[in-house]
Design a protein around this ligand. Structure first.
Ligand code: DG2
Length: 265
């Protein structure tokens, strides 16, 4: 009898759980193809539209629900998270902000247009700064117009002493995201349905940590704004089932990924 009941009840215990990762909508700096990093650029009008017309319909169509949302302290990711929740009629879901999910710090490139930097230093150098795993851009200087707004921004008050970067490589970003990912993974494996609304480099760092991609492989990955990427985990073994799945129109996603990869005009 006990065995029978146990096997009946086990049918109702979830055996897998899903994680969803979304890069925020287009920011004011993405429009002009400017390096943004730790500068707190707001969403553009297109970014707001992307949250409402790309992320929300894809999540609703896949019948995804959330118990908790993780995001960074930067407004482009927080605003995207808020818009997704309110338009899925679940604004009650708690949102946890953490500085470790902020975009990689783009050093003295912050505020520069990628095309203009390429005209000065060459496209190869720009691609090294953007995608090479171990290359950090030159450190931000006091003469950079965003230097003081970044280092005095109260959103970064939780950054521990000695951890405030002046530039970061992909590798450095992965190192700060990794402990955060372990915290989120524990929640997921307890059955909590998690949405992470983050940034291009942080999404790439998560993809590497989750899928175990090599440093060379992750250099070639680009993430489009507001396209949800879903991962499924086996709750018994804790293992990833299959790979990540991008939700939405494949042609749209392909076009947007190519735009991110390009240095732009
Ligand atoms: O900081 C930035 O400029 C972009 C990424 O730029 P790339 O690494 O693609 O050049 O980050 P996001 O818009 O996702 O916050």
């Amino acid at each position: 009898m006990f065995k029978f009941l146990k096997s009946k009840l086990s049918q109702f215990i979830p055996k897998l759980n899903r994680l969803v990762i979304v890069r925020h909508g287009e920011s004011d700096f993405n429009i002009g193809n400017r390096f943004c990093g730790w500068h707190d650029a707001p969403l553009s009008a297109i970014g707001v539209k992307e949250a409402l017309t790309v992320a929300v319909p894809a999540l609703l169509q896949s019948k995804l629900e959330f118990d908790v949302v993780y995001t960074s302290v930067l407004s482009r990711s927080r605003e995207t998270a808020d818009m997704i929740l309110s338009n899925m009629n679940c604004s009650y879901v708690p949102v946890k902000e953490d500085w470790r999910l902020s975009e990689r710090h783009y050093g003295n490139l912050t505020g520069e247009r990628k095309r203009e930097v390429a005209n000065t230093y060459g496209e190869d150098q720009v691609m090294q700064w953007r995608r090479a795993y171990d290359v950090a851009p030159p450190p931000i200087e006091e003469t950079n117009r965003y230097y003081y707004t970044i280092c005095s921004n109260p959103i970064f008050d939780e950054v521990p002493p000695g951890h405030f970067p002046n530039s970061e490589s992909m590798h450095m970003c992965v190192e700060r995201v990794a402990p955060m990912w372990q915290e989120v993974r524990q929640e997921l494996l307890k059955g909590s349905k998690v949405l992470m609304v983050v940034h291009g480099t942080v999404a790439r760092a998560l993809v590497q940590l989750i899928e175990g991609l090599s440093n060379d492989a992750i250099e070639k990955i680009n993430i489009a704004n507001c396209v949800p990427r879903v991962y499924e985990f086996d709750l018994t073994t804790g293992k990833l089932i299959g790979g990540g799945i991008n939700l939405g129109n494949p042609d749209y996603i392909k076009r947007k990924v190519a735009e991110v990869a390009a240095i732009g005009q």
